[in-house]
Design a protein around this ligand. Structure first.
Ligand code: 13P
Ligand code: SF4
Length: 347
């Protein structure tokens, strides 16, 4: 393998230099991909696809990562739930997860015998980092007998303390299936408010008890942003992620996971969409719907953007310790139950 690596290193030497520039520009709103960017990315794309076959690896990329990963090297792209399913069902020996740590950790928990790699290393998430397993234990002790759900954007320790995990794509349906009129939902306190409101709309109200934090990208949207979008583009349809504040979600035309927002855009007759979500999904929509216009106020997840072609290539050929996902066996076994419960309840 390392003979091949030497050859590939020569090919990518020049691209290494150019690609530093390419990655930094791909994060900004105005950046367009020039021919030079594509030429710089091409050797990495070739090398990654080559090593992927050689190692029987699969690459899963969240839609918030950059288009060079999403379209150049990923075998599957999608939201947290779709990618967790792909990880569960994969026949590959190696799973490379271009996303954030909790996503790669989930893939490892459901595939303990596989090698799971994350190009970005320990890329955090303000939600996952907002709460510990001990915090959940304390909350559950205060509300004994109340079922507890955790958002997949949480650590293995938090998952281990909950009855089931959920994603933005199935949170409302799974919450509806839980027994009783109270429910603990952690660690997204804004999604908790959206959940309580949605359950009420569905005629199955529950008091939601929450703790934790918020997404540093989605918690920045305000009603004024929706008002401005509507004032500037009278026919616009505004879509938002349920990690946004409730007062924003209630003004939008559609609220859903990244997969659900993409499906809404694909199925809508509208031509202009306001995107209250991370820039990567805007990139995807622009690429997949050239006939439609996407207006994006702001919102970049610096954790997701830590994944690059360079560190994906590095992870495949010679991973650094922080790119190799390991989870304590006891915690993993308990967290696995909560993830498997989600697969069962989401059917
Ligand atoms: P999705 O599962 O909707 O893709 O959400 C993941 C996420 O981190 C949103 O910020
Ligand atoms: Fe976490 Fe927000 Fe980034 Fe999603 S966009 S990974 S919730 S910080």
């Amino acid at each position: 393998m390392f003979d091949t690596l030497e050859k590939e290193s020569l090919i990518v030497e020049e691209a290494h230099r150019l690609y530093g520039l390419l990655h930094s520009v791909s994060k900004t709103k105005s950046a367009k991909w020039a021919m030079a960017d594509c030429l710089a990315a091409a050797p990495y794309t070739l090398a990654i696809n080559h090593f992927k076959k050689e190692q029987n690896a699969v690459i899963l990329a969240h839609s918030y990562t950059t288009p060079d990963l999403v379209y150049g090297v990923a075998d599957y792209r999608g939201d947290s739930y779709e990618l967790a399913l792909k990880a569960r069902d994969s026949q590959a020996d190696v799973i490379v997860f271009a996303g954030v740590w909790f996503m790669a950790e989930t893939a490892k928990i459901i595939n303990p015998s596989k090698k799971v790699l994350i190009p970005a290393g320990r890329a955090g998430c303000t939600l996952a980092d907002s709460m510990t397993g001990e915090d959940v234990k304390k909350l559950r002790a205060l509300h004994s007998g109340v079922p507890a759900l955790c958002y997949i954007n949480s650590t293995a320790e938090v998952k281990a303390e909950c009855d089931s995990c959920v994603t933005s794509g199935n949170v409302f349906d799974i919450a509806q299936k839980m027994k009783g009129n109270e429910l603990i939902f952690v660690p997204d306190m804004l999604m908790a408010q959206n959940l309580e409101a949605e359950l009420k709309r569905r005629g199955t109200p529950k008091k939601i008890i929450s703790s934790g934090g918020s997404c540093c990208v989605h918690d920045k949207y305000r009603p004024e942003h929706v008002e401005k979008l509507r004032a500037d583009y009278p026919d616009i349809k505004v879509v938002a992620h349920p990690e946004c504040p409730i007062e924003v979600c209630e003004m939008c035309d559609y609220v859903g996971s990244t997969k659900a927002m993409a499906a809404y855009v694909a199925g809508s007759e509208a031509k202009t969409f306001g995107m209250l979500t991370e820039f990567g999904l805007v990139n995807r929509m622009e690429a997949e719907h050239p006939d439609k216009q996407f207006i994006w106020p702001f919102g970049v997840c610096s954790y997701m953007k830590k994944n690059t072609l360079i560190n994906t290539w590095e992870a495949l050929v010679d991973p650094r310790p922080e790119q190799v996902v390991e989870v304590d066996a006891q915690v993993a076994a308990a967290a696995k139950k909560s993830i498997e419960k989600m697969f069962e309840l989401a059917k």
